[in-house]
Design a protein around this ligand. Structure first.
Ligand code: ADQ
Length: 468
């Protein structure tokens, strides 16, 4: 079996005992690397003070080599905070109003991708299979090809892919499309994203579809297909089942004093629709006076990307809104919203999901959204809660037992909350049973294996995320 080489912006390093860090993606990729042997390369997370980028730190652990590249402060500003997170991220989430194009950032993005390729190329053996992750690294294959590498190279995009009219506002869209066409396999989260990509290829006559998921563009034939990412379903369900032993889970239950719990869990990001969600919860309480004092909404939101100005604005907006709603609705013995700005360990999180009657997952646009899948996996099969899910999350294509909502429609989300909280147990079980077997079968290991199989040229082209 060929070695596997994974490249992602950040590398989740195992702890001293060799255990993979929490999170399904890290666990699944680490398992694939352990099995085949290989390399995981990415940015070390450190920025050097000088303008020049410094070297690479190589660490061996079992059959895996971790290769960590330091970047200069300028690199981080331009490649990461600039082009990746102030251009590609908002653009791919259909937020043209938040994109901020600057030539120097675009140059920095391509420069860092070339640097990654230069650092990586000497470590590669001829039959290694290379798997590049996410929007930070789109041009990497083109750079590696220019250096003469002939290996199989695959790319997986964790975020949505926009329609042509949105993408073509990007001044360097053609270089980005050329970059994607340099891979042997390009993986998307949903059929919708893959169709948008095909539309971008066709619009300007850049490429054509050859059928069976194959495309030709810039003189290269490659495959683009759908690989919906998932979670370690069985392990997460088990963590939820045994979560009672955590003191924090017990304290949470006690603090609820019999009230219903609605849970929201997201990185603090404008794509997650947190302000719309708080407004919908407020509307629900106002429209349903009986719910006053009887429902708690827990929103767990660690801060992220604080170096990007839009995220600082977002932090203030969410905090102000949660404060205003609490000020308006609270009574001396009830606070409707508990807003927590921190990360929670996986097993406690699983316990909180299980305790919640409603999982409120309402992104304005999301590649997949793993929280939706985690919420379903964590439920008690005898007495499951209800998932309310945005139709604009990739997960909506698979989780057909959820109450699907348009997150921009505050009244509709408020109505969905009322419906979820009063749903009879039989209906809840039926909805959960519609989703859980699918999640058990299509877990993150399945995702990883099907991508690697397709990259090796043995996979079948899929029709959609979920068989009819
Ligand atoms: P994210 O935008 O980060 O991922 P998501 O898929 O929801 O979004 O994954 C977030 C992960 O972080 C989940 O596993 C969740 O449990 C965890 N998390 C969030 N808040 C937490 C908290 N307070 N404490 C502990 N854990 C927390 C990107 C794309 C998604 C895509 C994933 C994977 O934006 O669309 O699903 O990659 O491809």
């Amino acid at each position: 079996m060929s070695r596997l080489v994974v490249i992602s912006n950040r590398v989740p390093l195992p702890d001293k005992s060799g255990a993979a860090p929490a999170g399904g993606l890290a666990v699944a990729l680490q398992a694939a690397l352990e099995e085949r042997g290989g390399i995981w390369m990415g940015w070390s997370g450190k920025s050097t003070s000088g303008r020049e980028t410094s070297g690479i730190d190589i660490r061996e652990q079992g059959k895996i080599t971790y290769a960590l590249v330091d970047l200069s402060r300028k690199d981080v500003e331009e490649y990461y905070a600039g082009f990746a997170n102030r251009v590609l991220w908002p653009l791919c989430h259909y937020r043209l109003d938040l994109t901020d194009y600057a030539r120097k950032d675009m140059a920095g993005y391509f420069r860092v991708n070339r640097l990654f390729a230069q650092q990586l190329a000497p470590l590669i053996k001829p039959d290694d299979v290379i798997w590049v992750h996410d929007y930070h690294l789109i041009p990497l294959a083109a750079e590696l090809r220019q250096m003469g590498l002939k290996n199989r190279i695959g790319f997986f995009l964790h975020i949505p892919w926009p329609p042509a009219d949105v993408l073509f506002t990007l001044p360097v869209h053609e270089t980005i499309m050329r970059g994607l066409a340099s891979y042997d396999l390009v993986g998307f989260q949903t059929r919708h994203d893959a169709e948008n990509f095909a539309g971008c290829l066709k619009r300007e006559g850049i490429g054509k579809e050859l059928g069976q998921g194959l495309f030709e563009a810039y003189g290269h034939v490659f495959r683009a297909d759908v690989f919906p990412i998932s979670i370690e379903t069985a392990a997460f369900a088990e963590a939820a089942r045994t979560s009672r032993r955590h003191a924090l889970v017990g304290r949470m239950r006690q603090s609820l004093a019999g009230r219903d719990l609605i849970i929201g869990v997201d990185r603090l990001d404008y794509s997650k629709g947190i302000t719309n969600r708080i407004e919908a919860f407020e509307r629900f309480i106002v429209n349903n006076p009986d719910s006053r004092g009887r429902v708690t909404f827990l929103q767990v939101t660690p801060k992220s990307r604080s170096e990007v100005p839009e995220y600082g604005d977002m932090q203030r907006m969410v905090a102000e809104l949660a404060g205003r709603v609490n000020g308006a609705l609270s009574t001396v013995d009830w606070t409707p919203i508990r807003y927590v700005n921190r990360s929670i360990g996986r097993s406690v999180l699983a316990g909180l999901y299980r305790m919640a009657q409603v999982g409120l997952v309402t992104p304005l646009r999301d590649g997949m959204n793993l929280v939706a899948k985690e919420y379903v996996a964590a439920q008690d099969p005898e007495n499951p809660g209800v998932l309310i899910l945005s139709r604009f999350a990739g997960a909506a294509r698979e989780l057909d037992g959820a109450l699907l909502v348009n997150p921009y429609d505050t009244d509709a989300v408020s109505d969905a909350i009322a419906r979820a909280l009063s749903m009879p147990i039989e209906a809840r079980r039926e909805r959960w049973n519609q989703m859980m077997p699918h999640l058990l079968e299509n877990d993150v290991s399945h995702w990883c294996e099907s991508f690697l199989k397709a990259l090796a040229g043995h996979g079948e082209t899929k029709g959609d995320e979920r068989p009819a």
